[in-house]
Design a protein around this ligand. Sequence first.
Ligand SMILES: *[C@@H]1O[C@H](CO)[C@@H](O)[C@H](O)[C@H]1NC(C)=O
Ligand SMILES: *[C@@H]1O[C@H](CO)[C@@H](O)[C@H](O)[C@H]1NC(C)=O
Ligand SMILES: *[C@@H]1O[C@H](CO)[C@@H](O)[C@H](O)[C@H]1NC(C)=O
Ligand SMILES: *[C@@H]1O[C@H](CO)[C@@H](O)[C@H](O)[C@H]1NC(C)=O
Ligand SMILES: *[C@@H]1O[C@H](CO)[C@@H](O)[C@H](O)[C@H]1NC(C)=O
Ligand SMILES: *[C@@H]1O[C@H](CO)[C@@H](O)[C@H](O)[C@H]1NC(C)=O
Length: 505
Amino acid sequence: MKWFFYVIVFIYMFYRAVYGSKSIQKETRGLSIENIDYGPDKAYYNAGVRKSIICKGTNKNQKVEWINPSGNVVQRVVTNRVFTQEHFVPAFRTRIPAMVLVISHTNLEDTGVWECRSGAVKRNVSLCIIDPSEFVDTPTEVTVDRGRSITLSCQAKGEPEPRLLWHRNGEIITEDVNPSKYQVMTKYNSQGFEGLLTITSLEPQDSGVYNCDAIQESPNLDDCTASTSLNITLLVNYAPMFEDGNDTALVPGKENESVDLVCASNAHPTPIYRWFKEDGDILSEFSKDEIKLIDDGEKAVLTLVANESTFGQRYRCRSSNLYGEVDKIFAVLKLEKPRKPTEISVENVTHDAIHFQVKWHGEILFPVDEVLIQYMEFKSLLKKRVGTPRDVDWKKAEEALLKIDGYDIVDGKSSGFTLTLPELNEKTEYWVRVRASNEAGDSLWSEPILASTVEQPEIELVEEVDDEPEPVKAAQISDGTFYGIFFVGGILVVGIGCMFAMRMV
Ligand SMILES: *[C@@H]1O[C@H](CO)[C@@H](O)[C@H](O)[C@H]1NC(C)=O
Ligand SMILES: *[C@@H]1O[C@H](CO)[C@@H](O)[C@H](O)[C@H]1NC(C)=O
Ligand SMILES: *[C@@H]1O[C@H](CO)[C@@H](O)[C@H](O)[C@H]1NC(C)=O
Ligand SMILES: *[C@@H]1O[C@H](CO)[C@@H](O)[C@H](O)[C@H]1NC(C)=O
Ligand SMILES: *[C@@H]1O[C@H](CO)[C@@H](O)[C@H](O)[C@H]1NC(C)=O
Ligand SMILES: *[C@@H]1O[C@H](CO)[C@@H](O)[C@H](O)[C@H]1NC(C)=O
């Protein structure tokens, strides 16, 4: 008997919780408009299409109406451009009324918030209609000679009227960026808007793709926008030039092994290459078969065997196109192991790293592939000892092997590079020495130096200002949780109440 009573109470509470909350839903969420799906990567319908949107009512006896963005009820007159049609949608044991909004031929004025109404209940839907820009009469590739100026034009037609924007490599081009280089203008003519970008004193680096964006924004609705883009490729004609200058290139070669002389010049149009061997004043040309073109003809490679007949010999590469020609001399050099570094010096230090320079005086005629650094804490040596560490001391040193990228032969008087020794202890003095290596072998160790890291600077305490996390959490407690707690609380109260009631009885 007691249990029977509990079960009744439980079922009643359950019914209230589930059905009760549903009935609230029914009043506020009953009216439903089908979702607007513009399609992938699109936030608008093209002007001119036919569009119908269904709005389902709730109550059998309540009629459904559509209100246009201007606030007028849409009439059920099929001959109008915009009209409504009534439908009945089968539902559980009944049929509910629905109203279909039909726009037979969308235009820009249809952009805005449409409202569906059934009695006091209202639903809104935003509609975005755009006539997307089309580019008219716009060349997509332009070729101009170096030193000249060019005006790129981009003409777009669409509604709402497009705003034209130029950019290149993701950066917007405005006159403010570089007024002596770019001028931006917009013109209006019978074809629509025309964006003009003038680039003056063209240089090879101006070659590339310029993007013209036509951006349309509806004045009637936020986020009702479209953007169409056109790419214009600008090619600047110029005579060949060597990126690393015209100076003689020294190419190291291991004895009796093959060595590649790579002649790479920048030019437009793509240059024609010729290779010569110099015998005094006489040039003897290599045949085409002996030359390998790579990177779509951008580079010409002459492969030789490095031996007594090629060491010291001069080879000439000639690159030419319609706009000029340029020569560069190459010489094969016997690959030798690096010389002992002339000096190492500290460039700067932090609390955990030492940046230092390795230098050689005089001509450097060897490449460096990697550098081995040995280092040890000064205080790890016996206190009484003075002077530099001995070989036995270095046996205990730590090592770091650094790859040196692109340190080919530099034909300078004094040259070197900067190295970083990271992950050191703060405020500690170290002995450091280095050794350079290449395919031919290792150099001697440099003279060691002493270098100290500094104290770690105090880290500023930046208080992370969280956006008031607690109120956010409070707000996150959803309706569901609320009803859940309410429901459980209700059961407890009623349950306890019933127990008392039973006792009384
Ligand atoms: C629907 O849109 C109209 C006009 O923008 C606005 O006044 C109304 O409050 C909106 N109604 C709802 C339920 O969002
Ligand atoms: C236009 O250029 C941009 C970047 O320069 C590129 O991402 C895009 O694919 C190009 N579009 C066309 C149609 O070539
Ligand atoms: C290289 O040689 C060409 C042709 O002789 C010359 O026009 C150019 O200025 C030279 N470049 C450099 C960097 O000296
Ligand atoms: C290279 O080849 C020549 C001739 O065959 C030979 O005399 C010389 O020893 C070789 N050099 C090396 C380093 O192998
Ligand atoms: C150098 O190598 C080339 C090609 O293998 C060979 O013809 C020439 O005899 C070699 N010269 C010497 C001095 O070994
Ligand atoms: C220290 O030198 C290195 C290497 O040249 C450099 O990258 C770094 O910016 C320098 N640091 C300071 C604080 O000067």
